[in-house]
Design a protein around this ligand. Structure first.
Ligand code: 2M8
Length: 416
C-alpha cells in the first residue's frame, strides 16, 4: 500500500460530514460544487457508493431552474463568511446564489463507468440533474446563444482573485449593504488570500444579485460583472461530451441531439477565442466588449475539450513550457514575472493540483502525453514533499492555504 494514498483516503474520511466532503475543516465547512466533483472521481477508484453519495448530496442543493449552487449549506457553521444569512436564497436546504465550474458530468461519467452492473438506476437521476444544469447554463448564462457561457461573479470561476478579473472587477464598487466580516484570514495567513478590496467587490456583487431576487434574467440585465469565460466553457464542453455519451448509452436520443447542439455551439465559439499572438485562448468581457488579456491558466484549459490542430496545440505547449521554466512546481496560474503575478496569493500564481489534472487530460487528448506526464510527476512530487495542501508556491514548492485538503487528496489518488 502506498502510504500517501492511504493518507489521502484518511483526509477524505476526516473531511466527511455525512455523505459529502468539505474542502477542508473550518476554512470551508460546507459542500462546494466543483470540489465535490473532483472528490467523487477520487472515490470512484475505490468506493463507488461513496462517489455516488457525494454527487447525490450536491444535487440536494439544485434549484428548480436547474442551477447547482456553488455552496450547499447542509449544516450550520460560524467559521465561514459569507454564510446563508448573507446569501438570502430561497432553496429548502440553504445554498449560495451563484454557481461554479460544471465538472459534475465529467465526474458522473467516470463514476458510472467504474460502477459496473446495475449502475444505470443510480446514475439516471444524476444524469437528469446534470442535463437540467447544462440547460440552465445555456439559457441563463448565454441568452444570446454565443456558445460562451458568462460568469456574474469571480467566485463562479473557482479562480476567485485571478488577475483575469482585475480590469472587470475594478469597475465594481466597493460599497456593500452587507458588512464584510471575513473569517478566512483567521484560518490562514492574509498574504495567501484575496485582498480586502476584492472582498468588498465580491460582496457588492452578492448584494446586487440578492436585490434581483436571484432571478437570472434580471441579473443578466443588471450584472456589473459579466465575463464570457473560456475555462468554464471548456469545462462545460468536456462535461457536455460526457453527458452526450451517457445520453446515447441510455437511449436518450432527443437529449443527445440537444446536448450535441450545445456542444457544437461552444466548440465553435471557443475556437474563435484563440489568439495566436498570445499563444493562448482568451475570455471576453461582455461589459467592455474586450478580450481579457491577463496571462492566466484559463487560456490553456481548452486543451481539455477541443481537438486542436497540431499547430495550435504545439503553440499552447510551447507557451506553457515558457511559463513553467525554472519552477519547482508547475503549472502556475499566472505567468511568472508579469506584474500581477504573486506566487503565494491564492489564484494569482500558485499551482493547484486540480488545474493540473484538467491540463494533464488536455495534453493527453491533444497529442502531448510527454508534457502531460511531466506535469503529473510535478504534481505528485509537490504533494509527496509538502502534503495535501490547498495549493503550492510554484517557486519554492511550499504547500500553502488550507491543509488536509480534499481535492488535493482526490487528485493524488486519481493521478497515481
Ligand atoms: C475557494 O473559494 C471560496 C469561495 O467559493 C472562498 O475562497 O471562500 C476557491 O479556491 C474555489 O475554487 C474552491 O471551490 C473553494 C473551496 O475549495 O475555495
Amino acid at each position: 500500500m502506498n502510504l500517501h494514498i492511504d493518507h489521502a483516503k484518511r483526509i477524505l474520511v476526516a473531511n466527511d460530514r455525512g455523505g459529502y466532503t468539505v474542502p477542508t475543516d473550518r476554512l470551508y465547512p460546507f459542500q462546494w460544487n466543483w470540489d465535490s466533483a473532483f472528490v467523487a472521481m477520487g472515490f470512484a477508484l475505490y468506493d463507488i457508493d461513496r462517489a455516488y453519495r457525494e454527487l447525490e448530496r450536491l444535487t440536494e442543493g439544485q434549484w428548480a431552474d436547474g442551477m447547482i449552487p456553488h455552496i450547499v449549506f447542509h449544516q450550520p457553521s460560524d467559521t465561514y463568511f459569507p454564510g446563508p444569512d448573507v446569501w438570502r436564497t430561497k432553496h429548502t436546504i440553504p445554498t449560495s446564489g451563484i454557481t461554479q465550474p460544471p465538472v459534475f458530468a465529467i465526474a458522473l461519467r467516470k463514476v458510472h463507468e467504474r460502477a459496473g452492473k446495475h449502475a444505470e438506476a443510480r446514475t439516471l437521476p444524476l444524469y437528469e440533474a446534470a442535463l437540467k444544469w447544462h440547460r440552465w447554463w445555456y439559457s441563463a448564462r448565454d441568452p444570446e446563444r454565443t456558445g460562451l457561457v458568462a460568469l456574474h461573479h469571480p467566485w463562479e470561476s473557482g479562480s476567485d482573485n485571478s488577475p483575469a478579473w482585475d480590469v472587470a472587477l475594478a469597475r465594481v464598487p466597493t460599497t456593500t449593504v452587507t458588512p464584510v466580516m471575513r473569517k478566512d484570514t483567521g484560518h490562514v495567513n492574509a498574504d495567501m488570500r484575496p485582498r480586502d478590496e476584492d472582498y468588498k467587490r465580491f460582496i457588492h456583487l452578492l448584494d446586487t444579485y440578492a436585490a434581483c431576487g436571484w432571478n437570472p434574467a434580471k441579473q443578466w440585465e443588471e450584472a456589473p460583472f459579466k465575463i464570457a469565460e473560456i475555462q468554464t466553457t471548456a469545462i462545460l464542453l468536456k462535461a457536455g461530451e460526457d453527458l452526450e455519451h451517457l445520453a446515447r448509452l441510455f437511449g436518450r436520443t432527443e437529449d443527445a441531439t440537444e446536448i450535441a447542439d450545445f456542444n457544437d455551439r461552444s466548440r465553435r465559439a471557443m475556437l474563435a477565442q484563440w489568439r495566436p499572438a498570445l499563444r493562448r485562448f482568451v475570455s471576453r468581457d461582455l461589459i467592455s466588449g474586450e478580450d481579457v488579456q491577463a496571462a492566466t491558466q484559463a487560456g490553456f484549459i481548452p486543451l481539455l475539450s477541443l481537438d486542436l490542430d497540431k499547430d495550435i496545440a504545439d503553440a499552447l505547449v510551447t507557451e506553457m513550457k515558457t511559463w513553467s521554466k525554472g519552477l519547482k512546481v508547475a503549472f502556475p496560474t499566472t505567468k511568472p514575472g508579469v506584474g500581477s503575478w504573486e506566487p503565494k496569493r491564492y489564484w494569482r500564481g500558485p499551482a493547484w493540483a486540480i488545474i493540473n489534472w484538467l491540463l494533464i487530460d488536455g495534453l493527453q487528448r491533444n497529442g502531448h502525453p510527454d508534457a502531460g506526464e511531466e506535469l503529473r510527476m510535478s504534481t505528485i512530487a509537490a504533494i509527496e514533499t509538502e502534503g495535501f495542501a490547498e495549493y503550492f508556491d510554484p517557486v519554492t514548492g511550499e504547500g500553502c492555504g488550507g491543509l488536509g485538503f480534499s481535492w488535493t487528496a482526490a487528485a493524488y489518488i486519481w493521478l497515481m
